[in-house]
Design a binder for this molecule. Structure first.
Ligand code: GDP
Length: 444
């Protein structure tokens, strides 16, 4: 999971402070030494770490912090603010052209996720702005890159301009832009060639495309998993192309966090989006403050709520709330909920957005994955329609039949029915405004 090690190390540094009522200069210095090591270990750029630690230390050693009634909270607040600051304070939106089309040029090394991100971005613009983008297939070197973009375009119903692999990419872009003018597309997204490393020939080609297309946005796509190297790559591309923004991909993987924390400080250019998976709807706006919260293990409720609003059908949610109030929630509703949750993304990622859950040991034991949800669903599918609507009739012989039908054990079926009854009970209480018992949800 992204940032796991960093979050753990930072939390351990703070928890030492937390145990003390009053803190001194030397407590702060000790803590900052640990923070420094944690950041270096997470592959954050050395200069960035140095500046960060100096700033935090200076602010935290002030008397208004140390003499305050809640010094540890004050220090944590400073760390949070400075982490946010390093990543750029505010989310930076896409640049827009005063007249259509807005031209976006995607650049980056091979395998960073350029082509995928071009598709994700087209889909986002289409969904959120009802835009009519055109994508141009300008990567003629990587085998099958043109086909990949064409296939992506079909999947999301966005046109792709391509001229195969036998033309100069600059000519392809020129023709593509002509086509966009004729079709009055409001966005043009140009996919360009990558290499395994930055080289002169690649850069010359990209500079020529830039000179021709005058893009409003040059988005550099970098792979977060490559850590320090991602920062170096960003610097290299920025020096030659004066990029306007960065997309950090593969933040769903177990990146240590270095790239997210270094790129802005090293290049001066904002991270605008993050890739959170291979699916085409897994592109998120980058919010430095929310990312800082996540890194500190403080959760990210805002993103969680937005995800829920986006993926959760409002009518469905109202129906569900009504059922909870009436205590008539049954296994059909349970199935619906499981499917809705599965659509929202990996469960442990979602759990980590809940404040306090990032490093909750209970979470480590919960281990809920896609497979577990599929097992739960299999059990429900093996119930008859009457059983699903009347969970109370599930006697031992029915449970045995369900276990055999779903290929799960009777114990598993029992456990799942018990959990179902507990959640039902809790939901009914919560819908009546009684939040006692929430703790038991987390096994406390
Ligand atoms: P390109 O060479 O830069 O065009 O890279 P591609 O778009 O072909 O992506 C390379 C690989 O990375 C593909 O397998 C993508 O599915 C995968 N990928 C891209 N973005 C993400 C992401 O945000 N998360 C994950 N897990 N995989 C990604």
């Amino acid at each position: 999971m992204a940032f796991e090690g960093l979050t753990e190390r930072l939390q351990s540094a703070f928890s030492k402070l937390r145990r003390k009522g009053k803190i001194t200069d030397s407590d702060v210095r000790d803590m900052m030494r640990e923070v420094r090591l944690a950041l270096l270990e997470a592959d954050v750029n050395f200069t960035v770490v140095k500046d960060f630690v100096n700033t935090v230390r200076k602010r935290a050693l002030g008397s208004e912090v140390l003499d305050s009634l809640t010094p540890t909270q004050q220090v944590l607040k400073i760390v949070n603010e400075e982490l946010t600051n390093v990543m750029g304070d505010e989310a930076v939106p896409l640049n827009k052209a005063p007249h259509i089309p807005t031209i976006i040029m995607m650049v980056g090394l091979q395998g960073a996720g350029k082509t995928t991100t071009a598709g994700k971005l087209a889909l986002k613009l289409k969904n959120e702005e009802h835009a009519r983008p055109l994508m141009i297939a300008g990567d003629i070197y990587r085998p099958a890159a043109v086909d990949q973009l064409v296939t992506l375009g079909k999947q999301i119903d966005v046109p792709v301009f391509e001229m195969g692999t036998d033309h100069d990419p600059v000519d392809i872009v020129k023709e593509g832009l002509n086509q966009a003018a004729i079709q009055k597309n409001d966005y043009v997204i140009i996919d360009t060639a990558g290499r395994l490393q930055i080289d002169e020939k690649l850069m010359n080609e990209l500079v020529r495309i830039k000179e021709l297309a005058h893009p409003n946005e040059i988005l550099l796509v970098v792979d977060a998993m490559t850590g320090q190297n991602a920062t170096e790559v960003a610097k290299g591309f920025n020096d030659q192309l004066d990029i306007t923004g960065v997309v950090l991909t593969k933040l769903d993987g177990d990146t240590r966090g270095g790239a997210a924390l270094s790129i802005r400080a090293v290049t001066g250019k904002p991270i605008k989006f993050t890739g959170q998976g291979e699916k085409l709807d897994q592109l998120d706006v980058f919010y430095p403050d929310r990312m800082a919260n996540r890194i500190l293990g403080m959760g990210d409720m805002l993103t969680l709520i937005e995800k829920a609003q986006k993926d959760y059908d409002a009518e469905q949610a109202n129906k569900m709330a009504e059922k909870m109030r009436e205590n008539s929630f049954d296994f059909n509703d349970f199935l619906d909920q499981m499917s809705q949750i599965q659509n929202m993304g990996p469960i442990d990622d979602l759990m980590k957005m809940i404040p306090g859950m990032a490093n909750n040991p209970q979470l480590a034991n919960m281990n809920i994955g896609e497979k577990d949800i599929d097992h739960l669903k299999a059990i429900v599918y093996s119930m008859t329609p009457t059983e699903r609507e009347n969970p109370d009739i599930l006697n031992p012989s029915r449970r045995r039949r369900i276990a055999a039908g779903s290929g799960r054990t009777v114990q598993e079926v029992n456990r799942m029915i018990k959990q179902f009854n507990m959640s039902k009970d809790m939901m009914s209480k919560m819908s009546k405004g009684n939040f006692n018992g929430m703790d038991s949800m987390f096994g406390k």
